[in-house]
Design a protein. Structure first.
Length: 887
């Protein structure tokens, strides 16, 4: 086998984990099946030419023309192809046209029904069921070189550094977005108060809730920065572990080789149901529909051509907004509909799918050669997912003509349609509803999986993941009615919902409002229709494993990948009336924001609601909000870093992860610390935190003092001394340095570690308790630096003063963070955010504290400020007050 590989190395296949393999044997099983049923539509077509088409249905007869049915050409002299027999289950006196193309190139289409006329789209349906399964078993000879594994480990460290930078950038972008969204909310609130901009209280309520949710993202962004830092630390220690493994495998030149057996199985099922509307099309010189009851037009196209129109403008000169139009059919380009009720509606296409996927994998490997020879290991995993999708798409009905005349004695509903007349659009009805429609889409996805890895010492990895996603969107498909002149007379009520009615000139490419809109109604209500998108998804992945390339069953590497994302947007599509003569009989002037003319004829409460009525046809939408919320945590932790026994336990909160980031910061930003100091730096911060937490948790008086802005100098000295003492003792020293509080307004320092081994805190420059804690931590770092005069061990002897200042500032920031966290979680609450420089509550107390400050100021004045941080070793031997605890 090795000889075969040596002769033809191209037989080796590179694996995703850096290994290379040679396939010894393989077997596959693939099965696929699909079953589909489809109902197709063959449109019925008739072209009558100049003869025209006339269909009449009285109480004894009906005319039903459907797709796949043959239509008979009719002339005006032979109005219908009628039969004396009619199926008993077929309603009488109706005209039903479904999926038909009626064309009278130089003639008219006349439809007359004693009951109802229905012109509808036909429906094509498709149902599909499919399934597939794929199984593969493979035996491979696998080769791995531990030195080669160093490269991906180095890349992982580089990627972790980039991810840390990205996490910080994401937090900055989040802060900017939050500020913008808060400003947008304030703008909406102002518009609502001023009653402008078509804003409703529900818009404010919705956006307030979303902005509140966005504000909660802050802690996740902050935490993610800490997790990204801990991931960098984990990748750094993983690199060190890989280097050690490579060194240990030098006897075999870094190679490990073995046999691997892998079985993979995938199953998938899909169900899909689709419907598609096929429009009916009526094209003629003139289209005349006369129905005693209800005329319904769904998802169809009616077009009256005006090629041979004669004086079509003059034919309508005598019509106005209050009179129906009866047009002589000799004037081409007319659509005339007369009915008791009229419905002009959209048709719908639907697409519904459902899928299910199952995936399983089994892997067993045995090492034949290398450091871990005779090692048997394996893994098993399983994951599944399901998804569903539901989609409804509307197809508007289209009426196109020179003149469109709609006359009904009761109700006219135009919902999902476009009416366009190059000359006049005339409507005379009792009640009018003009509404846009919404395309809708819903989707849902669910998935989960688990994995288990086993080595020679037991379980060495476990994993679990789960996710779900939901999406719900609605998109407005505009209903519009336009013409050069629009005349509407509604005897009772007009309802406009997210639709457009306007008069525009046909030749005007910009679609400008020409002002020739005449609308008369008793009452009018306007409401918007919303385009919305609401999506949310959340997932969690947890994985725990042992060190790479070891047989240990300890799960000391833990990774977390958690997301909770939301996106919500809302745009209002306004009910829009163009400019012109608008007369609303019962309008309440205080309820109207339009410039319409009102002739109030009733003293009763108005039924009209025109607050959301828009009059600008060029600006018909209002963006309310577009907010994306992201709550995510992603990081990898090496649990060995934070305990005495190999640091194998990780802190339970992000504060402990922050110690890792701080240690890396010291290594990267200062010369005094190196990679080998990583663990000692983390341990130093860990002990500092433990000491501070224990002191605050077990000392109620101290905990209370941290929240008090009115502490006296005596109390502040005591507080600072106790904190420093607890840290110094925890770090291995028998006593803490002295802490002295001064008040020197001539010195811009907040603190100073003096040549007398005392920490001086300048109370004049300390703004709050967090400031005090930061300064105290900074100076404590200098005190710790002076713990050993040996030139070989004291980092101060090998580091510059500026380098020590950077180190001390970083330590001071961490120190104050630990104090703040402990106060908030184990003490009496938040640190005092002010410093009132209180000397006491009684004259005697004030006198005593003033004397203390005066004496401290005198001592501070005698201190040589140029010394104390960089003392010569001989001087330090004489003045040092700290002795390293003997062990």
């Amino acid at each position: 086998m090795l000889g075969t590989i040596a002769k033809n190395p191209l037989l080796l296949k590179k694996e995703s984990d850096g290994k290379v393999s040679f396939t010894l044997a393989t077997a596959t099983i693939d099965k696929e099946a699909e079953r589909s049923t489809k109902t197709t539509v063959q449109l019925s077509n008739i072209d009558a030419g100049a003869g025209g088409i006339s269909l009449t249905a009285n109480d004894k007869h009906s005319n039903d023309k459907h797709a796949d049915n043959n239509l008979t050409n009719q002339s005006d002299n032979n109005p219908a192809n009628q039969s004396d027999s009619n199926p008993t289950n077929q309603p009488q006196g109706n005209i039903n046209l479904t999926g038909v193309n009626l064309t009278a190139t130089d003639g008219d289409i006349n439809l007359t029904a004693n009951n109802n006329t229905n012109i509808k789209a036909a429906l094509e349906t498709t149902n599909t069921k499919s399934s597939e399964s794929h199984s593969k078993a493979e035996i491979k000879f696998v080769i791995k070189n531990e030195y080669a594994q160093i490269i991906p480990a180095v890349k992982a460290v580089k990627t972790a550094k980039q991810n840390l930078s990205k996490a910080k950038d994401a937090y900055s972008a989040y802060q900017q977005d939050l500020a913008q969204q808060q400003a947008q909310l304030q703008d909406l609130q102002a518009k609502l108060e001023d009653d402008i901009g078509f804003i409703e209280q529900i818009d404010i309520d919705e956006m307030s809730e979303l902005v509140g949710d966005l504000q909660a993202d802050k802690k996740y962004y902050q935490t993610n920065i800490a997790l990204a830092a801990s991931s960098l630390a984990a990748k750094t220690t993983a690199l060190a572990a890989q280097l050690a493994t490579a060194a240990a495998s030098s006897g075999t030149y870094g190679f490990n080789a073995g046999i691997e057996f892998d079985i993979d199985a995938l199953e998938r099922q899909l169900q899909a149901q689709q419907t598609q509307s096929i429009a009916s099309n009526l094209v003629a010189n003139n289209i005349n529909i006369n129905t005693n009851k209800t005329t319904t037009i769904v998802g169809s196209n009616l077009q009256a051509n005006a090629n041979n129109a004669v004086n079509s403008d003059n034919a309508n000169n005598e019509n106005n907004a209050n009179n129906a139009v009866n047009t002589d059919n000799t004037n081409n380009g007319q659509i005339n509909i007369n009915s008791q009720n009229l419905n002009i509606l959209s048709s719908q296409d639907t697409n519904n799918t459902k899928s299910n996927t199952q995936h399983k994998n089994l892997n067993v490997s045995y090492t034949l050669y290398g450091t871990n020879s005779s090692n048997l290991s394996g893994s098993i995993s399983r994951d599944s997912s399901t998804s569903t999708s539901q989609q409804t798409t509307h197809n508007n009905t289209n009426l196109t003509a020179t003149n469109i005349n709609l006359n009904t004695t009761q109700d006219t509903k135009i919902k999902g349609a476009n009416l366009q007349a190059t000359n006049q659009l005339n409507i005379d009805t009792k009640n009018l509803e003009v509404s846009s429609v919404q395309n809708k889409h819903k989707a849902k996805t669910r998935s989960q999986g688990a994995s288990l890895g086993i080595g020679s010492s037991g379980v060495n990895s476990v994993g679990f993941n789960q996710s779900k996603a939901d999406e719900n969107s609605k998109t407005v498909l505009l209903t519009s009615m336009t013409a050069k002149q629009v005349n509407i007379n509604t005897q009772a009520h007009t309802q406009l919902t997210g639709s457009l009615i306007a008069a525009t000139d046909t030749g005007d490419k910009d679609g400008n409002d020409n002002g020739q809109l005449n609308l008369t109604t008793n009452s009018l209500s306007a409401s918007s229709l919303n385009t919305t998108s609401n999506s949310k998804s959340n997932s969690i992945g947890l994985n725990a494993g042992g060190n790479a390339n070891t047989n240990s069953a300890k799960l000391n590497r833990v990774s977390l990948d958690y997301t909770n994302n939301k996106h919500n947007s809302k745009t209002k599509v306004l009910a829009t009336l163009g400019s012109g003569n608008i007369q609303i009989a019962d309008i309440d002037q205080s309820n109207s924001k339009s410039n319409s003319n009102s002739n109030s004829k009733s003293k009763s409460k108005s039924k009209s609601s025109t607050k959301l009525l828009n009059r600008d046809i060029k600006d018909t939408e209002v963006n309310i909000y577009n907010i994306a919320s992201h709550k995510g945590l992603k990081g990898e932790l090496d649990t060995r870093l934070l305990t005495k026994n190999g640091r194998i336990q990780i802190a339970k909160d992000i504060k402990k992860s922050g110690m890792i980031a701080s240690a890396i910061q010291q290594i990267v930003n200062t010369d005094r610390t190196e990679l080998k100091d990583f663990f000692s730096e983390v341990d130093k911060l860990h002990k500092t935190d433990e000491a501070v937490t224990a002191k605050i948790a077990n000392n109620p008086a101290l905990a209370k003092a941290l929240t008090d802005p009115n502490l006296t100098p005596t109390q502040k000295q005591q507080l600072a001394t106790e904190l420093v003492s607890s840290v110094m003792v925890e770090l291995g020293y028998t006593q803490a340095v002295d802490v002295t509080l001064v008040a020197d307004s001539q010195d811009n320092r907040k603190g100073h570690y003096g040549e007398d081994n005392s920490i001086y805190l300048n109370d004049t420059n300390l703004n709050n308790t967090k400031d005090l804690a930061t300064t105290l931590g900074h100076e404590t770092s200098h005190a710790i630096d002076n713990q050993d005069p040996s030139i070989n061990t004291n980092p101060q002897n090998n580091a510059s003063k500026a380098d020590n200042e950077i180190y001390a500032q970083n330590y001071g920031d961490d120190f104050s963070d630990y104090v703040e966290f402990a106060s908030e979680n184990y003490g009496d609450g938040s640190l005092a955010d002010t410093n009132n420089n209180n000397l006491g509550n009684t004259p005697a107390e004030r006198q005593r504290n003033q004397k203390l400050i005066n004496n401290n100021n005198q001592d501070y004045a005698r201190i040589d400020k140029s010394k104390g941080r960089m003392l010569p070793p001989s001087r330090m031997c004489m003045t040092i007050k700290l002795e390293k605890q003997k062990s």
